[in-house]
Design a binder for this molecule. Sequence first.
Ligand SMILES: *[C@@H]1O[C@H](CO)[C@@H](O)[C@H](O)[C@H]1NC(C)=O
Ligand SMILES: *[C@@H]1O[C@H](CO)[C@@H](O)[C@H](O)[C@H]1NC(C)=O
Ligand SMILES: *[C@@H]1O[C@H](CO)[C@@H](O)[C@H](O)[C@H]1NC(C)=O
Ligand SMILES: *[C@@H]1O[C@H](CO)[C@@H](O)[C@H](O)[C@H]1NC(C)=O
Ligand SMILES: *[C@@H]1O[C@H](CO)[C@@H](O)[C@H](O)[C@H]1NC(C)=O
Ligand SMILES: *[C@@H]1O[C@H](CO)[C@@H](O)[C@H](O)[C@H]1NC(C)=O
Ligand SMILES: *[C@@H]1O[C@H](CO)[C@@H](O)[C@H](O)[C@H]1NC(C)=O
Length: 778
Amino acid sequence: MATPPQVRCVLACYALLALCSLALVSGQQQNWTFQHGVASGDPLPDRVVLWTRVTWAGAAAPPSDNVELAVEVATSQDFSGELKNYKVTCTSAADWTCKLDAAGLAPAVKYYYRFTAPGGVVSPAGRFHLPYPKGDARQGRVRLAVFSCSNWGWGYFHAYGVAARYELDAWVHLGDFIYEYGPDDYPNAAARQAVRGGLQPAHEILTLADYRQRYALYRTDPSLQALSASTPTIAIWDDHETANNAWKDGFPDAPASQANITDTRRAAGVQAWHEWLPVRPSGGVAAGPSAYSELAINRTMHFGSTLSLFLTEDRLQARSSPPYVNGALYSSAGALGGAVGGVDPSKWGPAEEAKVLAVKAQTDAFAGDPNRTILGKPQVAWLKQQNDDSAAAGVTWQLFAVTTIMQDILPDPSGAVAAAKASGDTANADFWGAVWANCSSSDATVVNGTPTNAAGIHLYSTACYRRPYVGANLKFNLSDRTPGSPTGYGAFAGVVGSCRLLEASARYKVILDFDAWQGFRAERDQLLDIAAESNNAVFIAGDSHVFWASVLKKANGEVVAAEFDVSSVSSVGFEEIFPFMPVDLLAASLVAGGGFRGGLRYANTDRKGFIYLAIDGEKQHADYIGIDDHCTPAGINSSFCMAGFDRFTSLERAKRGLPNDLLRTSCLSEAERVSGTVTAAPSYARAGCSSYNGAKPTVFAFASGSTQVLAEAPRGQSYSVEQCAAAAHAAGTRLFALNPSRTRCLGSKKTSTRKQGLRAGASCSGAGRVQFYKLSRK
Ligand SMILES: *[C@@H]1O[C@H](CO)[C@@H](O)[C@H](O)[C@H]1NC(C)=O
Ligand SMILES: *[C@@H]1O[C@H](CO)[C@@H](O)[C@H](O)[C@H]1NC(C)=O
Ligand SMILES: *[C@@H]1O[C@H](CO)[C@@H](O)[C@H](O)[C@H]1NC(C)=O
Ligand SMILES: *[C@@H]1O[C@H](CO)[C@@H](O)[C@H](O)[C@H]1NC(C)=O
Ligand SMILES: *[C@@H]1O[C@H](CO)[C@@H](O)[C@H](O)[C@H]1NC(C)=O
Ligand SMILES: *[C@@H]1O[C@H](CO)[C@@H](O)[C@H](O)[C@H]1NC(C)=O
Ligand SMILES: *[C@@H]1O[C@H](CO)[C@@H](O)[C@H](O)[C@H]1NC(C)=O
């Protein structure tokens, strides 16, 4: 826009005057602030939920119980281009959260949005783009980042911050977005478990006010704010959004004093979730807080012909009770410990075996009970109908989002030792063998209470090395009878008992957890029957705080789906439950156990992070992203890819003669995830430029799938496309065009800036050809 400078000044002065007079009339209205960031969510082809929360910063009470915000959605980052205007009312009844469904938008367009409060305070800006309608072939590649289990006290949310730099179509949170505990529980500050303090409120959350305060705290996290602003959220809840191991009628771990307020507490957790997440209730956003009691949060999000994402409700509507025996919550770990915890496995005989088999019969009866349900019949029927409908519409991928893993958790340390030996890895076989033999066979000291040997049981790792014994690789001091001592006799007896019950669980395949799908075998098989009718099925799950990759088989051995399970953002994992095993032994034990019907291919119990999925018409590629250090604020800068997997479509498997299984592949480069350009077109080399806040812009070239970094600029500031172009120019390369699929061209991209005297760009011509402009000084 060529507005002459004088006119601009006049307009600006006029605008200032207008602002001033407004401020004079109602000056205190400027005390509305934005402290919890912005978010978009539940993207549809023509609309998206936009969310923020206003905070009254004045001394007195807010002037009324509601406030109206102006909402702008624009196609340019500086809000100067094509602009749409909306309004949203935020009310004290919804804890001053603000939600609108911004309609009238189009797929694939890059949008920016922001909120303005009365008086002119402007929120941070967010961005999003929308999917094509179900079955629409223009969609092309879909990129999702998948998360689960973000616990304030257990660490920093760097996983969010890393993903905020990526090019994504959406991020998916599979539940445990908040945790309900007080500071004395998970993590327990007194036991030095807590990594991050400042928990609010400083007690277990029970009331609506408590839940709201907890969400408000979490939403101050800068990494969560960055990811929420960068791409739409798609969320479901698991148990901790209400309380641990929630089922349809209760919270088995609730304090006794809360036993009778289950309904009130559940309503509080559900309402706060609807308030604080950019989710669209089934009745629509316009219904406002009256829709915030909805339990049926199951819904489907479509991404053109590429993908249908089925989101399930796994906790509050239909889930069966955890098993009780004689009025007490049943624990198979406790039962196994009682059966064989006192006896060295080398001395187990028929008596021990009979006891273990009795426990197994009990656990199998619970897990195999055909009446035990997570989703319930109506939701299973709905899932089947959604799957059939998506498959019939020709959508390539049916992606099932559940909260808990479909896998069986059956760590088998002896099996890991044997597998290492069989593969020729004698170093690990010897070391792990000694660890496990020491751990499970120091019986004399436990049985009669008299320490008789050096008890070479080492404790290896717990979360963030917070406990005194951790990291120091300490042995137990069996003379130390101080209650609660982490290296004393009591802890020793507990560890030895744990090792033995684990050995029993592995040998006899006794499950230790009834909360995940392994405790609901009948309904799990129903889901696999549904998946068998998909065009191509993949499950994603969280909850376990471990990364898993697997294929899911029906009872007849037929592989019907892949499963990609994400570890936690921060919640402590198996390292805290099994500190007596080195982490690589733990991972190898899980794989040796085989998981569900022998389909487990990979486990990592060591890292926090997320899964990046790049999904197209040929394959789902999954990168397992680990965070180097979630224990300190500085860790945000360092992540790495631990493993990459491909799941090809049935068509591609047939074409390429591939097995019906996961393929372990190399990871994509960070530059590919950031730019969104994943595969190189075969016929020409490409160059790209990535730019994101606080990191270096990287210029890179593609040639047949390989990525070569051509140049880098310094970290520590934001870079514009022009600055990237300058770096590209300095490196003697050309600017890029985004062409994420081989068959189509997204559109041309041109940039020019007078200031830097650069002109660069790329344009599309013909079917899928990209022509590059050379960078030149103007
Ligand atoms: C904001 O509130 C403070 C009191 O906390 C008041 O002194 C100030 O005038 C208010 N500012 C505006 C712009 O209303
Ligand atoms: C819960 O309800 C039962 C039955 O009405 C009652 O006996 C019990 O005292 C109640 N517990 C609490 C903590 O209020
Ligand atoms: C399942 O429920 C039905 C009907 O309520 C009941 O008859 C049956 O015994 C139950 N089965 C088991 C294994 O509990
Ligand atoms: C959720 O599932 C129920 C069945 O449990 C179904 O009636 C309902 O339509 C589903 N909700 C959505 C939004 O599809
Ligand atoms: C096994 O225990 C012995 C002492 O009984 C100890 O010297 C050795 O280091 C232990 N080995 C491992 C791998 O923990
Ligand atoms: C082991 O514990 C006993 C009893 O608390 C203590 O006297 C002794 O110093 C401890 N030994 C070591 C090596 O810490
Ligand atoms: C990330 O690294 C940059 C430079 O290396 C540094 O300035 C910045 O403080 C780091 N961020 C954090 C959160 O440590």
